[in-house]
Structure formats: structure tokens, C-alpha cells
Design a protein around this ligand. Sequence first.
Ligand code: 13P
Ligand code: SF4
Length: 314
Amino acid sequence: MVNIAPSVDLTAAIGRLREERNAVILAHNYQVPEIQDIADFVGDSLGLAYKARETDAEVIAFCGVHFMAETAKIINPTKTVVLPDKDAGCSLEESCPADELEAFLNENEENNYFVVAYINCSARVKALSDVICTSGNAVKIVESVPADRKILFVPDQNLGSWVMEQTGRPMDLWEGACYVHVEFTRDSINAIKRDHPDAVVVAHPECTYAVRLLADEICSTEKMVHFCRQSEAKNIIVVTEAGMLHRLQKEAPNKNLIPGPTDNCRCAECRFMKMNTLDKLHDCLLNLTPSIELPEDIRKKAEAPILRMLELSK
Ligand code: 13P
Ligand code: SF4
């Protein structure tokens, strides 16, 4: 017999702590189902940034990866921002160390780059940037860059090349990538399409060009919710991190949602997103640690391009 009591207790304890701490629980679409189900808001990076900005809670428990919690702290310096696991990083963030970006900008000073940084980067990289974007608003943000400025797009070359295709605007691309989304291949997606010939394909723009070519729609995780709800297709192949399927099943229950496979696996999981658990969420609310702390000069420099993004993508 399965004993569900501990998890019921845990859920109740998290609920009590949320009240006592005057906390809000924000969760990304890739979080494990039990975290999504207990969260006050579940969404993509852009939606979560707006929610973090709007909340009047004293504590933000951010269930996502480190750069997301850090973004919440940058725009909420007086609030306590905790995350269940401080080691929940991101391969895109790792692919663009701030000192390397700074050296590159110094070596290429004559280009007077306008730096557009995908939100999947550290506070120090944000502090070196002119504007931030997410997958949900990258096209709009790039279109807003003054026409006479040369753009450097960091750190995701796949999102960057997709934005170039959409806008026709040339950009120099930092050579970073998401280790999860590059696992989808032309062969793995063609194989699942053969199994479901009437299915449509929705893919995240962090996927490679070869995979994007096979997609009917390319969008952020939140826009996937809208796409699946309004699509006339019954069968939808979802080419992104597998946690998305839980959110989509709730939002579009009448659809047959098929996880996009990789060459080695029937779906793809981000090991960083999966570091967060209900136990760790409970503990971070109880102990108010790990919390995000930032030097004020970096926070202030990083805040300006985030606020510019929030203003531009209203
Ligand atoms: P979204 O903003 O589309 O949710 O993407 C975040 C992310 O990390 C994708 O890998
Ligand atoms: Fe980073 Fe990729 Fe994980 Fe998203 S899925 S958090 S981009 S490693």
C-alpha cells in the first residue's frame, strides 16, 4: 500500500510556512509536478519576472534555476529571495562568464556593441548589458534596438540565430547553448513525426536550426500553453524540457501531448531544474536560506537592463 501521508504533511507544512513568512511561491514550467501544483504562479522566465516585480509578499521562494531567483532579487532588493537548491545552475549561464564577456567587449571596443542578453545569464553579465530579453520577447526587444547600433547577442547562439531569422537584423552571437535543447536532433524529431504523422510540432527557440526547421511553431514555454489550447490538432509533439508536459496537460487536457525525444531518451530533462524538491522548498521557507545576496553595485547595474526589458515588452 502506498503511504501518501508524508507528502500530505509536507504540503500542509509548506502551506503554513507560506502564510507565516508572507511568502509567494513562484515556479518555472520545468519544475517537478508537485512543485508546480503547490506554487502560487507557474510560468516562463518573462511571466515570472513580472510576477516577482508585482508581488507584495515579503519572501519570494523561487523554484527554478539560480539566474531566475537572482533576477527576482535584482528587481526586489528589499525582499528575501530564497531558492530550494543554490546549485541549480544553467548551462547557458555557464557558457558566458562575465570576465570573458568583459574582455571581449574591451577587445572589440571599436564595434560599440549594443549588448542584448538572454535572461539565462548571471547578474554580472546582465550588468554588462544594454537590455535583457527572454524567449517570449526576444524578437520585440531586438526590433527596438537603434538601427545604427551593432548588436552582440549573448549567450544563446540558437535563440540568437532564430531571432535573426525573425527580424532580419544581423547580430554577432556568443557561442553558448542549452545542453538540454541541443540534445533534440533532426533524426529524433523525424522519428517521432513518423510515429504520429498527423501531429504538429511545437519547439523552443533554444533548439538547433535543424530541429527548428521541423517545427510548426517556435515559442517560449508560456506561449506553448496558448499554442496547445488553440491548435486544432489533437496530437502535439512538444520539443522542450519534459516538465512542460505537466503544465500543458493541465492547461490543454483534451490534447494528446507527446514529449519530443532525443537520440538516446524518450524525453529530455534539465538536471538543474530537477534539483528542486518539495523537501528543499520546505526547508528554504523554514530557514530562509539559501538566499540570493548580491553586491549593490552589480545589482544596480543589472537592474537597469531588466527594467528596460519589462518596460519594452509590456
Ligand atoms: P522560457 O522563458 O521559455 O520558459 O525558457 C526558459 C528556459 O530556461 C528554457 O530552457
Ligand atoms: Fe538552462 Fe537549458 Fe536548463 Fe533552461 S533547460 S535552465 S536553458 S540548462
